[in-house]
Structure formats: C-alpha cells, structure tokens
Design a protein around this ligand. Sequence first.
Ligand code: GCU
Length: 691
Amino acid sequence: MDGKKAWKQLWLAYGKKKDLGNGKYFENVWLKGFDAEDRMVNSALQELKLGAEGMLGVTPQVKQVEVAPNGDKCLAEAASNDDKCAAEAQPGAGAALCMEKSEKLSPESYSVQENGGKLQILAGDEKGLLYGVFHVLRQISMEKSLAGIAVTCTPDNPLRTYNHWDNMDGSIERGYSGKSFFFENDDIVINDRTRDYARLMASIGINGVVINNVNVKQAATWLITDRYFEKVAQLSEIFADYGIKFFLSLNYAATIELGGIDSADPLDERVIAWWKEKMKECFAKIPNLGGFLVKADSEGRPGPFTYGRTQADGANMLAEAVRPYGGIIIWRCFVYNCRQDWRDYKTDRARAGYDNFIQMDGDYAENVILQIKNGPMDFQIREPISPLLGGLQKTNQMLEVQVAQEYTGHQIDVCYLIPMFKEILDFHTYCKPGADTVADVISGRTMGNKNTGIAAVINTGNDENWTGNYLAAANLYGFGRLAFQTSLSAEEILDEWIPMSISSDPEVIKVVKDILLRSRETYEKYTSPLGIGWMVTPHDHYGCSVDGYEYDRWGTYHRADHLGMGVDRSDKGTGYAQQYYEPNASAYNSMESCPEELLLFFHHVPYTYVLKTGKTLIQHIYDSHFEGYDEAEGFAKAWDGLEGKVDVQVFANVKERFGRQLYNAREWRDQVNTYFYRKSGIPDEKGRTIY
Ligand code: GCU
C-alpha cells in the first residue's frame, strides 16, 4: 500500500497490489453495447486504466466491439475463439475482460462474473458500468483474486446522497477537517480535488450531492442567479461525468431576498409565478440539476409557517415549479421551535417532527421527499428512531444521518458510525407486516414508491486527508457502501476499507477493526449514559458540559435532581412514546420493558433503580465512565503498536487524535461522575476517586 498516495487519495490510492492472477484480464478489454465516448463510460475507462496501471502495472487495451451476433454471449464467444469478440483479441491471449450492456439488468445495476479466464462486467446502463468497474477495482485493491467471482448488485436505495453544510465564505457548519473545497471567499472553487471528490463518491455508489449548507445565508441565496450560474454548471458537469446528480439547498425566502416580492407565502400568486420562472432558468442553466433541499421553519430559517401555511403547502409549491424538468424537492422534517419552554414537562422537542408532519401524510406531491433525521432530537450518540419513519404511510421518505461527527467526537475522537446506521436501518417500525424496517421504508419496498433514499451530512473538508482523523474516512466510505447495499455488515465494510486504505497485513486489519468496531460504544460510555444525550458544550458540541443544553435557559435537559434523572416521555410524561406503533409504544412506555440503552431518554429513573445487569443506575454511570476512558486508552495503546506497520503520516495523524481523545474522555469521565455523585450523594461502591 502506497501510504503517501492513500493519505491524499484515500481508498482510491491504487498503490501496487499482489497480482493473484488478476493482471491478465486487462490485457484485452472489450466494450460492447456502450459508447466509449459517453461521459460516464469514459470515466469508467479512465478509472480502469488508473487502477490497473497503479495496482497491477498493466495498461488496459480497450477495444470497442460491435454488437456480437449472439446477443449476450460475449464471454462464451470469446472463449470459443470464433466470433467477433475473440477475433479482436490478441493472438494467443486467453484472458480478457468484456464490458457489456445488458437489458436484463436495471439501471445502476451490474454483475461481475469470471469463468475460464474471461471476466465480464454486465451493466444495465452507463452508471451501472461505472459501479461495476469500481467493484472490480475494489477486489484488486483488497488483494482478492477475481477468479470465479459471481456477483450481481442492484442498489437498495434509489437516492444515495451526501449533504455538504458548506458556506460560501469557505467555512463549514459542523466541519472538522478544514475548509470547504467547493467555496472560498464567496466564489466557487474547481480544481483537482473536485474530480477526485466525484471519483470517491461514485466509487461508493453516491448518486446525488448537495453542495451548500441547509442554512442558506447571504451569498448562497445567489447561487440560483447569473452571479454564479456559469461556475455552478461547470461544477455540476464534473459530477455528471460520474453519475452524480447535483442539488442545491434553497433559501425559502428567496422571493423576498432576490425577487423583490414582499412575501414568501406559498399560496401567493406572485410567489408561485416567481418560482416557476426561477426554476425554468435554473434547470436551463444547470443541466445536471436534480432538485433542491429545503430547511424551512427551523432554527431561525424562514418557511410557510410564517404565513399560516403548512409544510406541505410550501413543499408542493416548489415541487410544482420543478416538476416540468424532472426535479425533486427534498424537504427536511427538522422543524421545531428552538425557543420553546419545556419546564411544563409536557412540551417536548422530541415530539416536534411527528407533530408537525404526521397530519399531512399523503398531501405531498409525488416529487417531494421528506428527509427525516434518524432520531427525534439531533444526532446524539444514542437516540430512539424517529417515529416519523414509517409513521408516514403515504409520503416519500428519506433517512438523514450525520457522518460529520458533530455530537460524536468532531473527528478527534474515533467513532465508527456504521454500527449505529445498521441499527437504524434494521429497526422494526411495525408500519406494515413483512416490510416494516427503516431500510424497507426508505428503499421503497414498503410503499412501492420510487422517490426515496438515504442522505448523510458529510465529514469532508480541504484537509489533505479529507476527513481530519484518517480513521474517520471509514465513515465516509462506509455510508456510501451501506446506502448502496444495506445488507452489508459494519464488519464487511471494514474488511473492504482497511486493506484499501491502510494495509492488508492481517495484524493491522485485526487491530484497526477492533478499535473501529468498539469505538461507538466506547464513546457512548464516557459521554452520555442510557440515551440521555445533551451533556455537551453548548453550540460547539465537543467536550462535557452536564448542564449545557443550549435550547433551555435552565440548561438541565437531563432533569436530574437528588433522587434521579431522565425525561419522562411515557403517557404520564410528554407522551412522546405514544407516537410509535405497537408494540414499540408499550415497550417504550414502561421502565421495565424499555430497552435499557434508551432508559433515560424515555423515563425519569431513580439513581437506586436496579438495571438488568444487577447494577444500580448510579453505579452504571460510574462504571461506564471509568470503562469508557480505559477502553479509549486501550485503543491508543493498540494504535501505538502499529508504528512501522502503517504509513508514517497516517500513524502520526491518528496518534495525535488519540492524544486529544484521551484528554476529552478523561474530562467527560470526571465531570459526569462528579456531577452525579454530588447530586445523588451516593458513593461509588468500588471506591474509585470521584471528586
Ligand atoms: C443541528 C446543528 C446545526 C444544523 C441543524 C440542522 O442543530 O447543530 O448546525 O444547522 O442541526 O440539521 O439543520
């Protein structure tokens, strides 16, 4: 593995790999049913060349062949040496790669087969071919032999997007790896990284990207005007080469800020007419435009509520304007009143998403997708699944997760998020027998709809290694792979990422895998126990501040007193638990049946309450915080043991991050334990030092 390249190119570094008999296929490459001049086919061929040359030292000799007489049988024909394909082969050359269009496969799908020295990539369309080529390159990069391979892949989710929260001044909201590589000083940046970014995205199956922050302020409002159209189009064309649709976040109040109209009322004729005209212009100027993402009526953003209209009124008005161009409106459900006073113990921010959206289920236009955060609050390390997912039965839905580590360690602390994403996808909502998991809902299996999918807030920036902590690239990679193929396990994803990005030395794989697979639980242990969340430094969201909840003047989100802690969301409390279908509603409603990892999210629990482990709540808090720190220390030591076995730069980067993680974990451990010791007056039964 060429470390220097991997540092900058991540899993597409294409350093020298063991041949394992793979090189021979690339000496003769046939392209059939595809046009080599097509932009995506061209990208696929370029990638094949880069990969085969870099990893195997072979330059692919590509020949475009006419449609073979026997339709699909390019391989068999080649093997029998008496047909068009074989006739084009070098004399005596047995092995070959045949890339061919197949009508049997759906768009974006591919199959890779090897038989008797003939490797075949069949694809339903150009994008499928691109994905198929990346599949083959992945095998080579993982040092796996292609002999006998037989896989067919169809993406599980129609839309697989990354959302950038990049601002036009170059800053990134919740960015932990440098500045934006799309924007600088209110201008659009296009450089080598742009294409590399598109390649990285396509290699993991991402097919849509939103380039600007959902909080659309100042210059970003102008992205849909002549001031930026030319460069926006240029940027979006690079994405088009890699099968990635281009999306922008929209300022809902653009009619006021750009249009000179004194309203953004979605039912006002002037507003409707302005948007229709604006969308016509946008789609004409940006041919690869897929549509828009909208954050409305939330955290100070404008929206239809200002005019006494519903979220559906707002979304549908925009949807109608983009419909003629095949565009979609992705409307976020992160709508809540951040100034609400919830001391009355009935008001509950967690209820807001469901309360604001459920009544209009079925009222949304076909080209509207509601994008729903995984939990009802905001990307905490542990939250229940949003009851809107599957709660909505007649509305297109998309899941939103956060790969950027806003509440999960700022890409300083290691936190591999794929196990969490798996839990979310596997959750049974009980919305429909046999097709009720979140994965079912967002793939379209539950309702048979097509405008569905999955989105993540991305963790990239202009740091040389893209993600700040090199290990955070496992999340960047993993989200895309999981979005494409939901059945992949968190472990399987690491089995790909580690050899492609760090090393195929079994010892290195073992250590890195162990650290990553345990990291989420460890982070949870030293931060916030049993689903309570929000004991984090206000606004910045890194580091401990037990009373730091910024959306409450009294701070104490956790509602701790001298007897217990946690939020009562049962039918006797805020009633949030009743937003779920049965049997989830009943399970969450009682302290006894509530899954313990979510106990404090749903219940106010005495410190002396005995958990299933036999420990009291307070002892669990003490123990988990000591354990969490010790585990983090163990990770740091295990990483130290890899010195000399991984690239120097990668080693130093991760070591430096572990140093900061340990400081953070110690702070969390000591502050949380001290706080609850002082509140409860109950000493640690193991007599450890708590101040
Ligand atoms: C969180 C985050 C904000 C972000 C918001 C959102 O509240 O802290 O920075 O704007 O989520 O998802 O819109």
